[in-house]
Design a protein around this ligand. Structure first.
Ligand code: F6P
Length: 320
């Protein structure tokens, strides 16, 4: 194989650029040609591919977003559109593809790989960290640190005004960001979709804290569990405390990737390109311990990443 392409798809995640850089420079270093595809799978359908040189990825290791841009392609969900994408790639002489993205991106990759018999390697990149078979997805560490910075700042004002703050973080149907940012930020409660919660119990704990002399509290809520506005209203109603809310939203997807995400992206991007050029296909790279591994798409599709409930319990103990 001596010509591959790379694309980013789904929600952008800090570190995607570092992964693109790693794919491009690894492939060029092995004497292969590399094409960058714009706007995710939509770019494959619209044939928006351009050959990349090493200088095209210069200076991007520390930048957020993705230089290839991204999209959540509706068209790519149709099998006939995927066949069109496969034809476009082959007509350009491209023999393999690296896709960088989250859950939906990997599903699309598996379909294209199987239906068009096209070699693809996946690189996990999503702030949600919901992909299995890897210790971490690119972008999660940065998003957690962004959310944590907000928690720390809000704690200052919550303390000063003796208020309860409800902070809503992203994560789609998962609570990984909420658990990490909440535990690291010393939140008094963390509400996530995976574990049922009782708001009366949360309020009772806030009141118990108040009796011990605690005058301010932070509650981190994952967007998939409830809305911060709703929780804040109920807390006001049930406790009578002065409460405010903050929805962090898309700021969690932006910014410079942390050192952890840059290194992870560099290792995974390089591994994906190397494996693809060596003939591996239909797998997602990941890290387990300190080892780079790769797992077939088929296994990824039937494996679920689970929250560690110990972390929630630990957060409760620490909030006492
Ligand atoms: O998957 C990443 C993510 O940021 C989720 O946490 C969030 O629910 C979703 O994307 C938001 O998507 P959009 O940018 O399309 O509104």
């Amino acid at each position: 194989m001596d010509c591959i392409a790379v694309l980013t798809s789904g929600g952008d995640a800090p570190g995607m650029n570092a992964a693109i850089r790693a794919v491009v420079r690894t492939a060029l270093g092995r004497g292969a040609r590399v094409f960058g595809c714009q706007r995710g799978y939509d770019g494959l359908l619209d044939d928006e591919l351009a050959e990349m040189r090493s200088t095209d990825v210069g200076g991007i290791i520390g930048s957020g977003g993705t230089i290839l841009r991204t999209a959540r392609s509706k068209r790519f969900r149709q099998p006939e559109q995927r066949r069109e994408a496969g034809r476009n790639l082959r007509e350009r002489g491209i023999e393999g593809l690296v896709v960088i993205g989250g859950d939906g991106t990997l599903k699309g990759a598996r379909a294209l790989c199987d239906e068009c018999d096209f070699p693809i390697m996946g690189v996990p990149a999503s702030i949600d960290n919901d992909l299995p078979c890897t210790d971490a997805s690119i972008g999660f560490d940065t998003a957690v640190n962004t959310a944590l910075d907000a928690v720390d700042r809000v704690r200052d004002t919550a303390y000063s005004h003796e208020r309860v703050f409800v902070i809503e973080v992203m994560g789609r149907r998962n609570g990984f960001i909420a658990v990490e940012a909440g535990l690291a930020g010393g939140a008094e409660a963390i509400l996530i979709p995976e574990v049922p919660y009782d708001l009366q119990n949360v309020c009772d704990r806030l009141k118990a804290g108040h009796r011990r002399g605690k005058r301010s509290s932070i509650i981190v809520v994952a967007e998939g569990a409830a809305s911060a506005v709703e929780i804040h209203d109920l807390i006001r109603e049930k406790t009578g405390y002065d409460a405010r809310y903050l929805v962090l939203g898309h700021m969690q997807r932006g910014g410079h990737p942390t050192a952890f995400d840059r290194v992870l992206a560099t290792r995974l991007g390089a591994a994906a390109a190397n494996r693809l050029l060596n003939g591996t296909r239909g797998e997602m790279v990941g890290v387990r311990g300190n080892q780079v591994i790769s797992t077939p798409f088929e296994i990824i599709s039937r494996t679920e990443r689970r929250i560690d409930p110990e972390r929630l319990l630990l957060a409760e103990v620490m909030a006492q």
